[in-house]
Design a binder for this molecule. Sequence first.
Ligand code: 3EB
Length: 306
Amino acid sequence: MLRCELTSTPELGADVLGCIGFGGAADPRVITIPLRHLGGPGYEVWRGRAPVQRGRDAGFTWATDAESLFAATEFDADSGDFAPAAEAAYRRIVAFTAARGFPHLLRCWNYFDDIHRGAGDDERYRRFCVGRHAALSAPGFERRLPAATVIGTPPGSRGQVILIAGREPGAQVENPRQTPAFEYPREYSPRAPSFSRAMLHRGGDRMQLFVSGTASVVGHATRHPGDALAQLGEIRANLDALLAAAQPARSWRAVALKLFVRDAASLPAVRREFERLFGTAEPAMVLQGDICRSDLEVEVEGFYEG
Ligand code: 3EB
C-alpha cells in the first residue's frame, strides 16, 4: 500500500519509493525541488511495500513495488517555445509508464521556472498546457487525467515532473464548486489544463485521495484576486466540497498537506489563517512558489486517507 509522510528527518529504508527534498538536499537519493522552504517538514517521502525495486532508465529515476510506480524526470525549457518541451516530456512519461506496466497516471507534480514569462497565450504556463494536452489527448482522456500540481520555481531551474502511476486506473473526482479544469473556457489558455481535481484509488483496505493543487477558483474565475487570506478561505471551501464529492469515504484524514505561497512577506498572516482553517494537528509543508495564474496568491494540495 502506498504511504506518504512529510518529515524533517527522512529514513530512507527499503520501502522508499521516492523522497523529495525542498530547498536543497545533498543526499543523491533525494529528488531536490528548488522551491524556498518556508516552514513545516522539508521532505516528502512516498513508501510502498519493501523491498522496492529501483533504477535509472530513459531519463527517469524510478522505483516500484508490485502496486505503484514512482518516477521523476527533468526537461530543458530554457529558450524558445515551451509547448514542444512540455509535449516531449509528457510523451516520454506516457511511453515510460506504459512500458513498465503502470499505464495509469494518478498524480503528477510539475515544477518549472519563469511560469509567467510571455504575454497572453505566449505565457509559459499556457504553452505548458498546450504541450501537455497534445501529449495526453486521446479518445476519452479527459476522464482519465491525473491529479496535478504546477508550481513555478526560481529562474534558472530545470523543468521537473514527478509522478505516481498505477496498474489500475484511479477514479476521477471533480469539484461541484469548480468548472473541471479540462473544460475551462478559451480565455485562460489555447488548450485547457489537463488534470483532474482529485484521483481516488484503493490502498489496501483504505481509500486514498490525491488532491490537486487547489486554489481560489470558483466556477472558472479567480475569487479574491491578490487577497491571500480570503483566497485561503475559498480554498478551504473548495477542499470541503471536493472531499464531500469523493465517495465512498465519508471522513477523510489529511495525511500530507502542502501550502504554496507566492509572496513570503504574506507568510505570518497566511500561516495563522491556515492554522485557523485547517487545524494544527497535521503539520503542513510551506513553500514559496509561483501559482499558475498571476492573480492567485496561495494554493493547497493534499494526500488524504479515508
Ligand atoms: C486552477 O485551479 C489553479 O495545470 O496542472 C492547479 C493545479 C492549477 C494544477 C495544472 C493548475 C494545475 O486552475 C491552477
